[in-house]
Design a protein around this ligand. Structure first.
Ligand SMILES: *Cc1c(COP(=O)(O)O)cnc(C)c1O
Length: 354
């Protein structure tokens, strides 16, 4: 039994390593002062820091141990399966830097979706093949798989999806997880607003799955920059070797720990009920052509003349996101759910448009 488990681990490790860029597989990371001595108490004369205590004079923990333990308890995922990045964007960039050979490999994504995957692909000189969503913004698993070739290293999924707001069907995601041999990334930035299950529970089953989450949305910490990747320890170890050693600063680690203890369950519940009420109210307005169902904290809303509505809202001090030029989102503005007063103000203005 023991040997069997070991053998399986060996296979997973080799398969994951085979997907990685050759220069990354055996990369020896920068060794920090804290790597060379790990004790807690002592007189630190090893890192050329200023010795006078300001609360910020010491380098942060490069492995964010305390933070990961707190996140592990909240997410029910082992700490060794957690990577903390300077926003999700760092984890997205690492997928390219770790797995994709510039100018050679490609990735597959859906359209429309979050714009950072494409930007990160371009920065890393990796082609992105985009597969349109089906009517109802549903995932076309067959077309995604058909778009892959021998150089496709990753498929990017976003569920609930930005800017469409809906969660993708489980069965379509599962089909990609079962049939695609490369890395499947599922970006769950809006998971806290969705009442379906996260794919975090499936990490043990799929070693090539990376789930992204963030503290920028439901957790209310966009300004602190903390994004998370959850994956097999082989992937997490590699991300950790490739990242900047001190990617999460002292202030962020400290404040995030406090906020994680406080929790945001009530705010999230409030935002969800505001979202559901706003959807109904928007749907009743004459100027609104369609409001799409949402599993997130924003609504995609279609208008006959989105630009006029956008400008009118700006004039009255409300800023929304114009998504009307995005394929399949023609005529649409993306509206974040605000406080009750903010949503009321939005409705009043829209209601006055004839
Ligand atoms: C907002 C958002 C993120 C968050 O990015 P951070 O860098 O963590 O702030 C990630 N993915 C999607 C789809 C988003 O909409």
């Amino acid at each position: 039994m023991f040997n069997c488990v070991l053998w399986e681990y060996f296979n997973i490790m080799n398969n994951l390593r085979a997907l990685m860029r050759p220069n990354i597989r055996d990369l020896k990371p920068y060794s920090t002062a804290r790597d060379e001595y790990q004790g807690d108490v002592g007189t630190y004369l090893d890192a050329n820091e200023n010795p006078f205590d300001s609360g910020y004079n010491r380098y942060p923990d490069p492995y964010q141990k305390e933070l990961k333990e707190a996140l592990s308890a909240i997410k029910s995922v082992e700490a060794r399966r957690i990577f903390a990045g300077n926003g999700s964007d760092e984890a997205i960039d690492l997928v390219f830097r770790v797995f994709c050979v510039p100018g050679v490999d490609n990735v597959v994504s859906m359209s429309p979706t979050y714009g950072m995957y494409k930007v990160a692909a371009e920065i890393n000189d990796v082609r992105m093949r985009e597969v349109p969503l089906l009517p109802g913004f549903r995932l076309d698993a067959g077309a995604m798989l058909a778009a892959c070739d021998a150089n496709t290293k990753a498929i990017f999924l976003c569920s609930p999806n930005n800017p469409t707001g809906n969660a993708l069907e489980r069965e379509a995601i599962e089909r990609i997880l079962r049939e695609f041999q490369g890395i499947t990334v599922i970006d769950e930035a809006y998971a806290d607003f969705y009442d379906g299950d996260s794919f975090l529970a499936r990490l043990g089953e799929y070693p090539n799955l990376i789930v992204l989450q963030t503290l920028s949305k439901a957790w209310g910490m966009a300004g602190l920059r903390l994004g998370l990747a959850f994956a097999d320890p082989v992937i997490i170890d590699t991300f950790t070797r490739v990242k900047y050693p001190y990617n999460i600063n002292v202030a962020t680690q400290r404040i995030v720990l406090e906020k994680l203890r406080e929790g945001v369950a009530r705010q999230v519940q409030d935002i969800i009920s505001q979202r559901d009420a706003l959807l109904v109210s928007l749907d009743e307005l004459e100027v609104v052509k369609e409001v799409y169902p949402s599993d997130s904290n924003f609504l995609l809303v279609r208008f006959d003349d989105p630009r006029a509505v956008y400008d009118m809202l700006i004039d009255r001090g409300i800023i929304v996101r114009d998504r009307s030029q995005v394929p399949l989102c023609e005529g649409c503005l993306r509206i974040t759910v605000g406080t009750e007063q903010e949503n009321r103000k939005l409705l009043d203005i829209l209601n006055s448009i004839k």
